[in-house]
Ligand binder design. Structure first.
Ligand code: ATP
Ligand code: MG
Length: 727
């Protein structure tokens, strides 16, 4: 043990230290946001190593995102003074992917199996559903995929789905289709994301030798964000943690107030089950928050106090500089103004010396990002969309990856189907059917069948010639890969298959960018030892985050922001129907609303120094402008921690310079509980009115909150009365 290595403990408070030094036996750390749970886990990792209790590869550490895994690897490396390699550290999915590669044969796969993305899953499911002749309008395939995914989240293989578990989805055929879908995946030597957990858990359940092997390997298990584990993850953990000798060195950290994935099958009850499953478990509570200022904490605490269903925790500031700015709540005219003001604020904060890397815009739903993206592109502020929706989702990148999959996985029909006619090779639906028929008849995959047809010269004319070229390109690429490595090989493949030429000849304005992306993709390949490693990486990052070195403003969903922290956090769209979401409101239950509130709590507690909340008076949903009401969560924020920039002032000051509310500096005013109530009677049928966007019109109908107005130039609209100026 290096001298002075105990110093890493000195910077922790006594409770944190207890959580780290209680290395043996089951331990649950239950604590609020920013109390150092993740830090405890990281330090514990290092502590176990530094005190010689285990070798780096004997610790299993589960994080919630790839980004968190990266950070933990770095932090452990820093504490150890050397880069940490060969660790079992990653997301549930990444860890399971690695395990499944080792034991693929037990799941009916071979080691080189493909991990499908959502598009492929859906395409495959549609094919599998065909024989059932399901009315897909009534039972859309994505819905069925959801049902299957929920079963997988619960650790249910088709055989484990009891008739009682079967839903009436797809007229009661869901289980049967699930079974067929799984069988088809095995034929393709592929699995989907949910299968990674499902297969491995099933192997651990049924193969005592394999389980024993991991019991010998993993001396310690560490789990972050434990409140968001679902059933299959929980089963997996329990199998690995419960050793035959009764020892269970498992440490889980979590916060019930941050449980935000129940829609993906997470069971906050796993926290409550911990003590039952691991008798003698110790529970440590951490109460000092080291992340946020006092006002940010106060606002978050006041909000979450509105939830009834809580375990209950204390949270107080652990920072000395802790007062800070109040959380600001700003009302703006519409979603365009919101995007503009958020971006302008970010820019001026940057001018004051804040790094963009320390700012984030956290949205409730994906659709919200577009307005910000457009603004940021216009103003030239560097940003990144966190969540993998950018680079690897682009069509040309996906095509190129399909080429790679077709290369390494001759059984991967989905990949082959994607590329067989890209660029155009005369493979229309009829030709494709012919290929499929040949594959079925010979009991081989599409690409093998195509190769045979080419060889026998069964395919005539242009089709035969073109497919011949493709098959030759694939074959020569395999040779080159063996000789010169995967980077050179893929360059060759994209060239010889005619794929690059397709974009070179494309005259659309996007084509040069696409070629750039393909170049970048080949560049990225070089970071990986083999093509297989790269493809695995792609499958995993597609699911979650991306990395970027340059200082950029981050845009991400609230769900994606869990566990992260930023100096400045922008929280736009706090309106009824956006946040809480329309879906939650439609469902109408308390449970859904409480989960939305936890999400709001997660959002506010990401901020170290400033949290800025926004709500817009109207919002463009597709082509239409719709009036919107401030979120109920705004009323739940305690006044003493909030600065409100009252949008009500907008109306009295005139409708045109809405942004001046902000430009004039914060206007501290209490927002009315129901901003509409006092307007309800002020507008009457026949009144002449003006609306900032739609111009002048006449009121033709009115109820308590809404008015219907016939505008001179904008047709008839139903609007919130609070944004109408009476003439
Ligand atoms: P979340 O619930 O959001 O995941 P968390 O409980 O995991 O939060 P961390 O991210 O580990 O909290 O810690 C929050 C911040 O507080 C980090 O910047 C961390 O470095 C810092 N921190 C944690 N413990 C201490 C401490 N004892 N002294 C000073 N700073 C600390
Ligand atoms: Mg954390």
């Amino acid at each position: 043990m290096p001298e002075g290595s105990g110093s890493y403990l000195a910077r922790l408070n006594p409770e944190q230290r207890a959580a780290i030094e209680t290395t043996d036996g089951p331990l649950l750390v239950l604590a609020g946001a920013g109390t150092g749970k993740t830090r405890v886990l990281t330090t514990r990792f290092a502590h176990i190593l530094l005190t010689g209790r285990a070798k780096p590869w004997q610790i299993l550490a589960v994080t919630f995102t790839n980004k968190a895994a990266r950070e933990m690897r770095e932090r452990v490396g820093l504490l150890l003074g050397a880069p940490a390699d060969g660790l079992w550290l990653g997301t549930f999915h990444a860890l399971c992917a690695r395990m499944l590669r080792r034991h693929a044969e037990y799941a009916g796969l071979t080691q080189g199996f493909t991990i499908l993305d959502t598009d492929d899953q859906l395409r495959l499911l549609k094919q599998v559903m065909e024989p059932w002749r399901i009315d897909t309008k009534r039972w859309p395939p994505p819905g069925l995929l959801g049902v299957i995914q929920r079963w997988k989240d619960r650790g249910l293989t088709p055989a484990r789905v009891t008739p009682a578990e079967d839903t009436d989805f797809a007229n009661g055929h869901a289980r049967a289709i699930y079974e067929a879908y799984q069988a088809r995946l095995l034929q393709l030597n592929a699995c989907d994301f949910g299968d990674l957990m499902l297969h491995v858990t099933e192997i651990l359940r049924t193969q005592p030798d394999v389980l024993a092997q991991y019991h010998r390997l993993f001396r310690y298990i560490l789990v972050d964000e434990y409140q968001d584990t679902n059933t299959v993850q929980y089963l997996w953990l329990r199998l690995l943690a419960k050793r035959p000798d009764g020892a269970a060195n498992i440490c889980c950290v979590g916060d019930d107030d941050q449980s935000i994935y129940s829609w993906r099958g997470a069971e906050v009850e796993n926290i409550l089950r911990f003590e039952k499953d691991f008798p003698g478990a110790q529970i440590v509570r951490l109460e000092r928050n080291y992340r946020s200022t006092r006002h940010i904490l106060g606002a978050a605490a006041g909000l979450i106090a509105h939830n009834a269903d809580r375990l209950g925790k204390t949270l107080r500031s652990g920072r000395d500089d802790a007062e800070g700015d109040k959380v600001s709540v700003t009302g703006v005219w519409d979603s365009d103004a919101e995007a503009r003001i958020v971006c302008e604020t970010a820019e001026s904060l940057r001018a004051q010396g804040h790094s963009l890397a320390e700012m984030a815009i956290l949205v409730r739903a994906g659709f919200q990002t577009r307005a910000f993206e457009e603004r940021l592109v216009q103003t030239g502020l560097p940003y990144r969309i966190v969540g993998g929706i950018r680079f690897y989702e682009r069509a040309e990148v996906r095509d190129a990856i399909a080429y790679m999959r077709a290369l390494t996985q001759p059984a991967d029909d989905l990949a082959f189907e994607r590329i067989v006619n890209v660029p155009k090779r005369g493979v229309g639906p009829a030709a494709l059917q012919k290929l499929h028929a040949a594959a079925r008849a010979a009991g081989v995959s599409l690409s093998v069948a195509t190769a045979q047809l080419v060889e026998n010269a069964t395919l005539k004319g242009k089709l035969g010639e073109q497919l011949g070229k493709l098959m030759t390109a694939l074959a020569t690429t395999r040779d080159i890969m063996a000789r010169d490595g995967h980077v050179v090989a893929i360059e060759h493949l994209l060239e010889e298959s005619g794929y690059l030429d397709m974009w070179r000849q494309d005259r659309s304005p996007e084509a040069p960018g696409r070629l750039e992306n393909l170049k970048e993709l080949v560049r990225a390949l070089a970071d990986f030892g083999t093509l297989g490693e790269f493809l695995e990486h792609v499958a995993l990052v597609m699911e979650h985050d991306e990395n970027a070195q340059e200082a950029r403003l981050s845009i991400m969903t609230l769900h994606g922001a869990k566990g992260l922290e930023f100096d400045i956090v922008f929280l736009p769209g706090w309106e009824e129907g956006v946040f809480p979401s329309q879906r939650t409101l439609d469902e109408g239950g308390q449970k859904g609303l409480e989960e939305e509130r936890r999400l709001a709590y997660v959002g506010i507690t990401r901020a170290r120094k400033q949290a800025l909340i926004f709500h817009a008076g109207s919002r463009r949903i597709y082509a239409n402008w719709q009036p919107s009401m401030p979120s109920r969560f705004l009323d739940e924020l305690p006044d003493e921690h909030i600065t409100r920039n009252d949008e009500g002032g907008m109306r009295h000051r005139g409708l045109h310079s809405t942004d001046s509310v902000f430009a004039n500096g914060p206007v501290i005013a209490r927002r009315r509980r129901d901003p509409l109530a006092d307007d309800a009677t002020s507008l009457q049928l026949g009144d002449h009115v003006r609306h900032a966007r739609f111009g002048v019109g006449i009121v033709i109908a009115a109820d308590r909150h809404h008015v219907e107005i016939a505008f001179e130039n904008a047709g008839t609209k139903r609007l919130l009365s609070s944004f109408i100026e009476k003439l």
